[in-house]
Design a protein around this ligand. Structure first.
Ligand code: PXP
Length: 249
């Protein structure tokens, strides 16, 4: 693999649904956002069907499966209900995330190392159904190695700490986090895993991550949807794409 390999941008549309659900009703429509994102150059759409249905709803997943020409990355917790939904739809990718009902967003990564057998059993039918299984994990060696051992195709490394340290002006800690991400990208790639990174990325934080040569995809949501209020979704996606390409060049 060379550093010029194109980095994919997955656009997470959850927070269009957050806004819709704040009022009830149908607007703003996450499917319209997905269509716009696709037209603006998103390489994939990510949607997280949470157990409490706080943003994306089951009908949104039905609609996305019918609408999208780009791949759907279906994010969900490792529950029987979500497995059944994923098996019904057979999306391109299923990204397994930890979920706590009281959290505001996905705060940490999966503890794959502690749950290897359970997660291996959970992902086997998804793999057999043809979905690429991705595990959302912290940038920790044990988690990366466990993910490879249980047969995941993809790991998505949690960039939250790196982004938070940047926002707080704690640049030494930020750079340590970036180094951890870089090391775990290298390890994951060497173990045959496809490596994605996501959570909390912004125009200010995306380039050092996009420059990591083993990263194949970034999944970005909250910032892009927020920025869309000011500059429009297509322009926000185009600017993110430009920064990613610049970092990759
Ligand atoms: N990747 C995963 C696995 C996620 O759970 C999320 C949302 O929490 C994202 C990427 C996107 O994060 P953000 O909305 O902060 O850009």
């Amino acid at each position: 693999m060379t550093s010029v390999e194109k980095l994919r941008l997955g656009v997470n549309i959850d927070h269009v649904a957050t806004l819709r659900n704040a009022r009830g009703g149908a607007l703003p429509d996450p499917l319209r956002a997905a269509q716009l994102a696709q037209n603006a150059g998103a390489d994939g759409i990510t949607a997280h069907l949470r157990e409490d249905r706080r943003h994306i709803l089951d009908a949104d997943i039905d609609g996305l499966m019918a609408l999208l020409q780009v791949p759907l990355n279906f994010e969900c917790a490792a529950t029987d209900e979500m497995q059944a939904i994923a098996l019904r739809h057979k999306p391109h990718a299923v990204c397994i995330v930890p979920e706590k009902r009281e959290e505001r967003t996905t705060e940490g990564g999966l503890n794959v190392a502690a749950d290897e057998n359970k997660l291996a059993d959970f992902i086997a039918p998804l793999r057999e159904a043809g979905s690429r299984v991705s595990l959302f994990i912290g940038a920790e060696e044990g988690q990366v190695r466990s993910s490879a051992r249980i047969g995941a195709a993809v790991i998505e490394l949690h960039a939250g700490a790196y982004c938070d340290f940047h926002a707080e002006g704690r640049f030494v800690e930020r750079d340590n986090e970036l180094k951890r991400l870089a090391d775990m990208c290298t390890l994951g790639h060497s173990l045959g895993l496809e490596v994605h990174v996501g959570h909390g990325l912004t125009f200010d934080t995306v380039k050092p991550v996009a420059a990591l040569p083993e990263v194949r995809e970034l999944n970005i949501g909250h910032f892009l949807i927020g920025e869309a209020v000011f500059m429009g979704l297509p322009a926000a996606i185009a600017e993110m794409r430009r920064l990613m390409d610049e970092a990759r060049a």
